[in-house]
Write a protein that binds this ligand. Structure first.
Ligand code: FES
Ligand code: FES
Length: 176
């Protein structure tokens, strides 16, 4: 057993005693009722279960939760799909997903949203060249599986958010 304390979407949880073999996915969904994080393959292959982990150095990355022990998140700060909208206002990326009809069943959406958000935050700190953008988005979303084949729409939605605010996400081009 482990006494688990962590921060989820800015809110402290725990300490709560959990079995060492309890997955983070089960902790979120069954202990906390946070069912926005999905369970797909259960084998770290689809990333529908991915959450954002915020590191102490200010960087963030996504992590699957299906085969990762809840105990391994002790002391960490994470974000889930429930934490994106603020006061009922969807983020630019959430709105773009809707505008592009990026999802159908929605099972993969939380994972794509978290990954896209991590990319936006990374580009806000370290912009990329316009010519690298397509590959940068493709690389970021790589590994997320969508059984409804929404790949292009997710890609376009992320691209739209970036191109709507090029000064924030892209390197200035010569002559600008
Ligand atoms: S459910 Fe975790 S990677 Fe597929
Ligand atoms: S929208 Fe159905 S799996 Fe992606």
């Amino acid at each position: 057993m482990t006494k688990l304390s962590l921060t989820i979407n800015g809110r402290a949880h725990g300490p709560v005693e959990v079995r060492d073999e309890l997955s983070m996915n089960d902790f979120l969904r069954e202990y906390l009722g946070m069912t926005g994080t999905k369970f797909g393959c259960g084998a770290a292959q689809c990333l529908s279960c991915a959450v954002i982990v915020d590191n102490s150095d200010g960087t963030s990355h996504t992590s699957p939760t299906c085969i990762v022990a809840a105990a391994s998140f002790n002391g960490k700060s994470i974000r889930t799909v429930e934490g994106h909208a603020k006061n009922g206002e969807l983020t630019a990326l959430q709105k773009a997903f809707i505008t592009h009809f990026a999802f159908q069943c929605g099972y993969c959406t939380a994972g794509f949203l978290n990954e896209g958000q991590v990319l936006l935050e990374r580009l806000a700190k370290k912009p990329c060249a316009r010519g690298e953008l397509e590959k940068t988005i493709a690389d970021a979303l790589d590994g997320h599986l969508c059984r409804c084949t929404g790949y292009v729409k997710y890609h376009e939605a992320v691209r739209d958010v970036i191109l709507a605010d090029p000064k924030r996400y892209l390197l200035a081009q010569a002559g600008q």
